[in-house]
Design a protein around this ligand. Structure first.
Ligand code: SF4
Length: 137
């Protein structure tokens, strides 16, 4: 099915939006990736850049939770807690209740999008860790 999609895309010059939880499919198929959490964009950029230089803690945990057949003895990482209920959202970053890097502003301020240093200019992440105001914390 993925091969067929790729062929149709190439032959007709189409853009294809693939919605999936399967990171292997993303790595194999997509030029660009947008990581969503709680209805918001957490991180976006070229697949190469996001997979190799993930900055948002949610993206990092997702990638760590992806099994690597070369490391069969390694335990997979899981993200504690549950996704937010969209009818009971809290202020600030929606990932804050589950984030292993949460700090003061996360529970009150919605993070802006920031460029990822050393990455392609299209690679952005919505996280206070990239906000220069909090560099000295
Ligand atoms: S803004 Fe804060 S809670 Fe949200 S992902 Fe970044 S560090 Fe974690």
């Amino acid at each position: 099915m993925l091969d067929l999609l790729k062929r149709v895309q190439r032959e007709l010059g189409l853009g294809v939006v693939l919605v999936t939880h399967d990171l292997g499919v993303v790595a194999e198929t997509c030029d660009r990736v947008i990581v969503l959490y709680g209805g918001r964009i957490a991180e976006a950029g070229t697949t190469d850049s996001v997979f190799n230089r993930a900055q948002h803690p949610y993206t990092q945990r997702l990638l760590e939770a992806f099994p690597d057949v070369a490391l069969s003895s390694e335990r997979l990482v899981s993200i504690p807690g549950a996704p937010p209920r969209l009818n009971a959202l809290t202020p600030g970053c929606r990932f804050a209740p589950r984030c292993h890097k949460v700090f003061e502003p996360c529970r009150s301020e919605v993070p802006a999008f920031w460029s990822v240093p050393g990455s392609d200019p299209e690679h952005l992440a919505a996280c206070h860790l990239l906000d220069p105001r909090w560099e000295e914390r």
